[in-house]
Design a protein around this ligand. Structure first.
Ligand SMILES: [Zn+2]
Length: 485
């Protein structure tokens, strides 16, 4: 239950102003978290009362939620299909293979590839990836059309994802077909793919702006002829979690097959919508690495994993090789020439950095206080930034201990005041903080300094600075001479 220790010494090597800290919680039970990621007893009930001595989490899953698939789902990773629709994306064969292998090693259950009907290279790449012998299943995504289906089944894929637009917008302005035609073609294509002994999914496009009766009727029809999955797509990113819950739950009552959902992120809802879809009985979620795709893309793999890990860490850890996430995101970010966003769940620059003094104190006592994700489960390390004006003496104490210095709490509070004073002028790097701590410590040891002697400390720091400058001058001088010679 407790996270393994992280290496405090190595943690401080790559970010000079931060301190890697150890989990001091070994041996203590860590409270389990509810489905929404809040610690038990931490949040108030729906009615706002928190007086219950039982401290039950009102958001925890209930036994009656038999549809809930939050701990029983599969990921259909679409970086090599939806991701190809990202404005910056151009994946050559080598890059596609590298991404496919990385996703397979991470443990996604499916990889979805661009339609082989899109171009000759797309077809060749699809065949090449099918021949890699990956553990995950390979799918390709095609229009609901017999010509595309014939090409797709020849590539060696494990399944074909069929899609057609059903909203009035798409029926009027895109393919121009009515529901009778759509249904007839869907049956033909599904039966054809099934006859080849591979998986077939039928999805509508722009499902949330389609007529509900049309939707349920076609899903029911394809379910009856034995489709493996039906797919709902929020193609324009217009849905909110409540709408997603209602549509998936309604569909769950109408079909017996699996339910996949594809969610665009135009209003930032994609992760929340995916989570809600699972709660309502969806079985498969489409993702892409960093969420890349058409416009602002779809549910990001890392964000979804963070969200589902918060709900059920053990299940997610058992399915996926979580420490690979950073490598996969870096691989894709480089391929499409973007940076990993600073606020990215798990891998963002400051995802596990704690700054405020009050947070640092609690984190040192028990990381779960301010962390819903354990960095060590993702091969990462937490940091406490200490060289700033919001710092606190508990965080400074942790650094004092890492440096093997002996100071009393009173002395640590005294030196913390100095760090804050200096940080009011400019943020202090970890090197700066270490210097202050060492000078303070040696002043105390030699008797030149006592608590509250601000002038004596200023003098010692000034002398240290001057000595360091002299030393640098002496070591640099011979180099200057050598260079002149
Ligand atoms: Zn899409």
């Amino acid at each position: 239950m407790c996270p393994s220790l992280t290496d405090g010494a190595s943690a401080s090597t790559d970010r000079s102003e931060m301190v890697g800290i150890e989990n001091t919680n070994v041996g203590r039970p860590v409270p389990t978290n509810g489905v929404n990621g809040h610690a038990n007893g931490h949040t108030n009930g729906a009615n706002g009362h928190s007086s219950s001595t039982q401290r039950r989490n009102p958001y925890a899953p209930r036994a009656s939620e038999f549809l809930n698939n939050v701990a029983n789902f599969k990921i259909i990773e679409s970086t090599l299909r939806e991701g190809e629709q990202f404005a910056n994306a151009f994946f050559d064969t080598k890059t596609k293979i590298a991404i496919a292998k990385a996703l397979d090693a991470f443990g996604v259950e499916y990889i979805e590839l661009t339609s082989p009907a899109a171009s000759e290279q797309s077809r060749a790449d699809c065949e090449a990836i099918c021949k890699l012998g990956l553990r995950c299943k390979i799918l390709t995504h095609i229009r609901c059309h017999m010509d595309d289906a014939r090409i797709a089944v020849e590539t060696g894929v494990d399944g074909v994802d069929v899609v057609i637009g059903t909203s009035s917008f798409l029926r009027e302005f895109s393919h121009g077909k009515d529901m009778t035609y759509i249904t007839k073609t869907a049956i033909e294509v599904i039966n054809f793919v099934k006859s080849k002994g591979i998986e077939v999914r039928f999805s509508t496009e722009d499902s949330f702006r389609s007529d509900l009766v049309d939707l349920l009727s076609i899903y029911q029809t394809v379910d009856k002829i034995g489709v493996n999955r039906v797919g709902i797509a929020d193609t324009v990113g217009c849905a909110n979690p409540r709408q997603v819950y209602e549509l998936v739950r309604t569909l769950r009552g109408v079909v017996g097959c699996d339910i996949e959902i594809h969610l665009h992120n135009d209003t930032g809802m994609a992760i929340a919508n995916a989570y809600t879809a699972l709660e309502a009985g969806a079985t498969h979620i489409d993702t892409s690495v960093l969420g890349i795709g058409e416009r602002v893309g779809i549910t990001p793999l890392g964000g979804l994993v963070a969200c589902l890990y918060a709900a059920d860490p053990e299940y997610v850890k058992s399915k996926y090789n979580l420490p690979m996430l950073r490598e996969i995101e870096n691989l894709v970010a480089e391929a499409v020439e973007v940076n990993v966003p600073f606020m990215n769940p798990i891998t963002g620059y400051c995802a596990f950095t704690h700054k405020a003094g009050i947070h640092a104190k609690a984190i040192l006592n028990n990381p779960s206080t301010y962390e819903i994700l354990k960095p060590e489960d993702f091969g990462l390390t937490r940091y406490v930034a200490i060289g700033h004006r919001l710092t606190g003496w508990n965080a400074v104490k942790s650094r004092v201990e890492q440096l093997n210095l002996t100071l009393t709490d009173e002395q640590i509070k005294d030196v913390t005041a100095k760090i804050k004073e200096l940080a009011d002028v400019r943020t202090q790097s970890l090197d700066d903080v270490d210097t202050i701590l060492r000078v303070y410590h040696s002043g105390i040891q030699s008797g030149e300094l006592a608590v509250g002697q601000k002038e004596a400390l200023d003098r010692l720091l000034r002398e240290h600075r001057e000595a360091a400058t002299r030393e640098r001058g002496e070591t640099e001088q011979p180099q200057v001479v050598a260079a002149a010679a």
